[in-house]
Design a binder for this molecule. Sequence first.
Ligand code: ZN
Ligand code: FE
Ligand code: FE
Length: 192
Amino acid sequence: MESVRELLIEQMRDLYDAEKQLVKALPKLAKTASNEQLKEAFESHLEQTRGHVERLEQAFELLDQKAKSKPCEAMKGLVEEGKATMEEDLTDALMDSAIIGAAQKVEHYEIAGYGTLKSWARSLGLDEVAELLEATLEEEKEADQKLTQVAGDILIEARADDEGLEEAESSPRKSAGGAKTGNGARVRRRAS
Ligand code: ZN
Ligand code: FE
Ligand code: FE
């Protein structure tokens, strides 16, 4: 019993650090996003994330523990990958798609973390702690679903960009007599 409790506290420290890293990272994602809905999704999740930090502080208090963080190397890695993505030279719709991918990895990491800790807290009979963890878990899931929804809209945009590019590239080439250049692959992809 005692050891699961210790494990719970240790993993809460990991998530506490992870959430604090995200409070710093989310504004950059919001700034990079071109799609208005995506920008808003990141901004509203930033607000929620501040709440996640507070819920963990409440949970530490319930456990008579100081709110301490333990460096979350996994989140550090995910944030670094996200930063590298933001430095890439991509069209707006592709950049939005790429940062959604990075953000969803983050949400899934959190979902796994909170899901596990919620179960541990329940098994220890720490219902108030479990409820705090569960409330955050639900918001992480909603954030993930929202990203999935926005991603769908953006992929339609990305495809439209792609087809616009296709027209711009293929018509002058055609009139210049270079009809086959690059066209085969695009046509094949469209047919698939
Ligand atoms: Zn969170
Ligand atoms: Fe971690
Ligand atoms: Fe999150």
